[in-house]
Every structure is written in structure tokens, then in C-alpha cells.
Write a protein that binds this ligand. Sequence first.
Ligand code: NIG
Ligand code: FE
Length: 417
Amino acid sequence: MSGASTTVVVADAAELVVGPATGASDDTEPGEGPLEVLEDAAFAAIDGEVAAVGPTNEVVREYPPENADEAIDASGKAVVPGFVDPHTHAVFAGDRSDEFEARLRGKTYQEILADGGGILRTVQATREASDEELLETLLAHLDVMLARGSTTVEVKSGYGLETETELRLLEVIDRADDEHPVDLVATYLGAHAVPESRDDEEYVDEVVEEHLPAVADQGIAEFCDVFCEEGVFDVEASRRVLEAGTAAGLTPKVHAEEFTRHGGAQLAAEVEAASADHLLYATAEDVEALVDAGTVPVLLPGTAFGLGERYADAREFLEAGAPVALATDFNPNCHARSMAFVQTLSCLEIGTTPAEALLGATRNAALAVDRDDGTGTLREGAPADALVLEVPSYVHVAYRFDTPAIETVIKNGRQVW
Ligand code: NIG
Ligand code: FE
């Protein structure tokens, strides 16, 4: 038991966030937060998994730091689970900073897209890029995400809008997953926009009849997403895509109610999607439908921040009992790679506490990508993905908004940053 195969022991943490408070609402005292937080605590990881977590004296008795491959003294520091970013469009080529300027001059996101800009411009640049370029760029983004605390990241395709390029993007995601310490979750998003000079119905036929069978054969994507929005895909088209995705073995996800209330949230509930994302214009009925269906609401305050749009209301979801998750939405329109900054926005703009934001960036985010193996927690048996902060309290994650308070990143029991 003295830890022959121990890889890492992190001991003496001033504060260690284990995960969501157990016992849920019934026996949670008023004033208690949603997190289980231990003081003067430690965890030990063996073979990439948390083997023990608890008071430092108990953990180190069983797993002495001197026998560990790596021992981290966390005295005066807080330890939290690694962040999970459950919604990104991180594989793309090209630069759209000029659209940032155009939006400052008053053009809207949808006007830019309708003029062949936005997603369609990124599609053009992405189709022209080589696999190697796409891979190098994605790996560079993942380096930044890891340094900002993300240890699991969902990445969507969606800048190909044709079978060959969509498959290439998924392949690049798969290669990056092999090459980078961050764990990637692949989502097929062929229904991200209607390609230029194509008819939407005919394009949905292509998605259903050509893309999805090929994506299923390729075996990389786990989820199928759709941009259900006015001027993009209506509810009927979105339903066709998601049903065909399910038939191909992919779990549905929906970009819902981002710019208008368009019916995506109700559709997400109907098809029992893993998540419904954005939800800026979701109504009380939408909230209720998502809670009843067990669909995780993923809120993306960075998108609203970058667009100068209204924000989603996290309180409405939290009060209805939803496991609110947060994500960056990193894409060429929302150049945000920091789940720490998203937690700042979550507290300042959508009404969460720092504890609710941290839960949204860890365990609830893991639920949004169907990682129910303890990912996003430091419970026994969970993947040992953890952040050691430079400060004694997790509140600093949201509080420090320019530079993250992260000193060390541990992924699968190994110090990777
Ligand atoms: O989630 N809304 C659709 N997709 C992305 C934006 C992608 C882009 O503009 O390139 C989003 O906001
Ligand atoms: Fe998105």
C-alpha cells in the first residue's frame, strides 16, 4: 500500500474542491454552496486516476509523498478539478479580426453571414488549408487552453460543409487528441451553415445521405450538433439532421436560441440532446423542457460579451434545478480560450456565484459531453485532472480576470504545465 505505482501526490492544500456537494438539495444547509470543499487536504493519483482524496494526514499515511514519482506541496494553495470546455469550434483556418471592426461600426453577425462572411469565410480558408496547418494551429490553441486550465475540450467540425473537409477536420481533431495532453471530444457539425449558393433542403439531404454515413464509418465523432437559427437551419431541418445523427450512432447537441427564439431548445428536449447551447433567448418553458429531458444547458457568456449581445440568464436555469454548464465557444468570431475568464463573465454577467461557475466549468461541463466517469471532479476513481492555484481559494479563478491564478496543471496524474 505504500504507493509503489503512485504517480503523483498533491498534499497540504489550503482548500481542495472535490466536486459537487453530495446529498444534493435535501440536506444542503442554507448558505452552503454547491461544492464539496475540503481544507488541509490532499489527493493521490495512481495510473492516471484519483486513488485517494481527503485530509492530508490520512492521504499521506497511505501514499507517502516521498514514494511518489511526483510530489506537489500545495500549502497555501487551492486545488480544483481541471476545467472541461464543452463547446468549441477550435479547428479552423483564417482570420476574421476585420469582422470585429465591422461589428464595431454597426454590422451585425447575421448581416455578415448573409453577405457570405462569417462562418462561410472561415469555410473557404479551412478548405484551402492543409491537414498539417490545421493540426499545428489546433495544437497551438490547445497549448493556450491547457495553460488556462482546460484539461478536456470538445471540438466541433463545421468549417468544411462538404464530406471530404468535414472528415478531414474530424481526423485532425483525432490526431490532436493523440498528440496533446488535453483530452478532446469530437462533434460533427456539418449543419453549421448552408454552403454558398446552395439550397438549404438540398444541403440537409447531403448531410443526411452523404456526410453522416461517412462520419459514422470514420468513427471519430461522438456528437452531432446543428445551428438551429433563423436564416440558418429551421426546426424541421435541424430535427432531420439530429435524427439521422442518432441513427448513425451520434448523440445530439443543439445550438439553440442564440440570436432569436427559434425552437432549438424544445427540439433539444424532444430528441433528448446531451446539451442545448447558447440559450440567450430561451423562455421559462424552454428551461422547463430542458430540465425535464435531462438536457444540460451550456451557457457561453464569452459569445455575448464578444458580440455585445444580451446574456443568457443562469439564475433561471439554476433555480429550475438545471446543471448549468459553461463553455468558451472558441471560434473565429469569439476568440476566447480561457475557461477561467468565462467564469469571471459568468459571475459578473449571468448571475452565478464563483462556486456555481466553477461547477459549471468542471463537473456540469463534463455532463454536457457525456463524461460521467468523474471527469470534472477529484473523487476517487475520477481521471486525475487538477489545477493547483497560486492562491488559497478557488474564488480567485473568477476574481482574477486578466491572468489566471493557475500554477500547475495535472492531466491524468501527470504534471503537464
Ligand atoms: O457558436 N453559432 C454558430 N456557431 C458559432 C460561431 C461560428 C462562427 O462565427 O464562425 C457559435 O457562436
Ligand atoms: Fe458554437
